[in-house]
Design a protein around this ligand. Structure first.
Ligand code: PMP
Length: 360
């Protein structure tokens, strides 16, 4: 098996061990003579897999008992609509922090259901930093405050949890969930598409405080009602069973690595050495303010964009995959989620240094 180093932003790298386990399980799960994909979601076997995955996620994130964990479909993008539908609770306004492309999408969708107040934005500075706590202006009548803890495309991450005052704090944690410890009790809702730092595409994890359930906007589709999924243990309809199972293997792997605190240490080392190499050189650059730099997605440009294609070709030949930046910003982006080992970052640094020597 030749596994290369994969810096994809999502769907992203999965741990080798997890894929190997899935391969062993694929045709015959635990001697049952069938695949986990071929079982009823209501079978004892699948229910035990599903419950173990939830328990492991609860352990990893220290999720308090008064939060429900939902395993849904529809991607983080469906949450952009589900949030106002479930959380406006009779109010007409919601506060949103705008830090880039993903916050903007959340704002656009929420604007279909309520008046969005932009509580803070760094758009005038091209989204090259997160706002400071002092810049966040809450409106008096908002139902909640929403922010994006890590802008996957811009590579901008909050290094603090915003204060939402007396209203629930909602976070799109798609690209930095499980990258380190967080205090779940600060949040009303945490949501994340799985395909970056959790597991394969097709699963969306929603962690919601129980008292927020049951106040949906009139006309909300049944499938968009958190309470329906909470009461049905995420089995109101057929859940994405394979993605749920595989995410469970990732949670188990994370526990064996020492949990999110241990991951945070490795993640900090990986990010620190990559940013240090970029900052040391005149050939590579990252424009994001130092205190807002993402620990997960590291965009960088070459001094001469005409070399981008060659960089990507040679990187691929060196076994370093998916370094192309998002089409909206160009340049490069190295996504260094939990499943990207430190050895991958070391190999990238060696390649970058050699490329600079040749072309700098
Ligand atoms: N939010 C963030 C921060 C993302 O990075 C993404 C996906 N790149 C999304 C939302 C949308 O996720 P999905 O494709 O699962 O709808």
């Amino acid at each position: 098996m030749t596994r290369k180093f994969n810096f994809s932003a999502g769907p992203a790298a999965l741990p080798d061990e997890v894929l190997q386990q899935a391969q062993r399980d694929l045709c015959d799960w635990q001697g049952k003579g069938l695949s986990i994909m071929e079982m009823s979601h209501r079978s004892d076997e699948f229910v035990s897999v599903a419950q173990q995955a939830e328990q492991d996620l609860r352990d990893l994130m220290s999720i308090p008992d008064h939060y429900k964990v939902l395993f849904l479909q529809g991607g983080a993008s469906s949450q952009f609509a589900m949030l106002p539908m479930n959380l406006l609770r009779g109010k007409q306004t919601a506060d949103y922090i705008n830090t880039g492309i993903w916050s903007k999408k959340a704002i656009a969708e929420a604007s279909r259901y309520c008046t969005v107040n932009i509580a803070a934005t760094t758009e005038a500075e091209h989204f090259l930093r997160a706002p400071t706590p002092a810049e966040i202006q809450l409106s008096p009548d908002a139902a909640y405050l929403h922010y994006t803890s890590n802008e996957t495309i811009g590579g901008v991450e909050f290094n603090y949890i915003p204060d939402s005052g007396s209203v629930p704090l909602i976070v799109d944690m798609s690209s930095d969930i499980l990258s380190g410890p967080i205090d779940v009790s600060r949040f009303g809702v945490i949501y994340a598409g799985a395909q970056k730092n959790i597991g394969p595409a097709g699963l969306t994890v929603v962690i919601v405080r129980e008292d927020l359930l049951g106040h949906t906007l009139a006309g909300t589709p049944t499938m968009y009602d958190y309470k329906v999924h909470a009461e049905g243990e995420s089995m109101h309809n057929t859940p994405p069973t394979f993605a749920w199972y595989l995410s469970g293997l990732v949670f188990d792997w994370l526990k064996r690595q020492g949990g999110v605190a241990a991951m945070a240490e490795v993640n900090q080392r990986k990010a620190a050495k990559l940013y240090a190499a970029i900052d040391r050189s005149d050939f590579y650059a990252n424009p994001v303010a130092i205190d807002s730099r993402s620990g997960m997605n590291v965009p960088f440009t070459l001094a001469d964009a005409a070399l981008d294609k060659l960089f990507l070709q040679q990187a691929e030949a060196a076994g370093l995959l998916n370094l192309k930046g998002h089409r909206s910003v160009g340049g490069m982006r190295a996504s260094i989620y939990n499943a990207v080992p430190e050895a991958a970052v070391d190999a990238l640094l060696t390649f970058m240094s050699e490329f600079e020597t040749q072309h700098g």
